[in-house]
Design a protein around this ligand. Structure first.
Ligand SMILES: N[C@@H](CCC(=O)N[C@@H](CS)C(=O)NCC(=O)O)C(=O)O
Length: 206
């Protein structure tokens, strides 16, 4: 199994999921910020060489939600993605919410705040996107386990997106601050971070 990744990006979700499931996998770090540095023949399944992407035997996937669901469904034995239909639908609901209503305004802020070349940034969009996020954020139950009691893919995605919000200087509620810390103190998250730290070194010497 091979996961294409870039340190501290959306591929964290795939590495974290693989670590939660105790999978044995290889990583290929690719420089998505400087695509001219991506080696020909890298073999990534992503048509635009974004991350994450996954190769598992003859399975070739991209999109973080699809990859994490594939890993949990095939190797989870009920962990991270419940078999029971109603509970599964709730996990799906939070996964969608994470990558649409919550993530997209934050992504807009990140792109127009730092990621796009300066000439393409539209500074006026930042407060609009921030308001959109704040509205979407209000829908998240203000409880220590906003997505339910057991740890699932929903927690990986929601806590990851909330950590972006923190990185953008947005103050979370106290229960959510604790929730993000609790999720990011899990041994599997720390192992994923360790892989990413190795990725930083690999990209430096590439
Ligand atoms: N919807 C995709 C987004 C993938 C994505 O945009 N990944 C970023 C890193 S966080 C990337 O590879 N960017 C490089 C690019 O835009 O070319 C997912 O959730 O996997």
């Amino acid at each position: 199994m091979l996961i294409y990744a870039y340190p501290f990006s959306r591929s964290t979700r795939a590495l974290w999921t693989a670590e939660e499931l105790g999978l044995s996998y290889e990583t290929q770090f690719i420089d998505v910020k400087n695509k001219s540095r991506i080696a020909p023949g890298h073999g990534s399944p992503h048509p635009l060489t974004k991350v994450p992407a996954l190769i598992d035997d003859d399975v070739r996937l991209f999109e973080s939600v699809a990859i994490c669901k594939y890993l949990a469904e095939n190797y989870g034995d009920g962990r991270l993605y419940p078999a029971e239909k109603r509970r599964r639908a709730e996990v799906d609901m939070w996964l969608s919410y994470a990558v649409t209503d919550l993530e997209q305004p934050l992504w807009t802020m990140l792109k127009h705040g730092m990621l796009l070349p300066e000439a393409q940034r539209v500074p006026a969009i930042a407060p609009v996107a921030r308001r959109e996020f704040e509205l979407a954020y209000q829908a998240l139950p203000n409880t220590p386990s906003p997505t339910g009691e057991s740890f699932t893919l929903a927690d990986i995605f929601i806590s990851h997106v909330l950590s972006w919000a923190k990185g953008l200087g947005i103050t979370l509620s106290e229960p959510h601050e604790e929730y993000v810390s609790r999720c990011q103190n899990r041994p599997a998250f720390l192992k994923a971070r360790q892989r990413e730290a190795e990725g930083v070194e690999q990209l430096k010497h590439h």
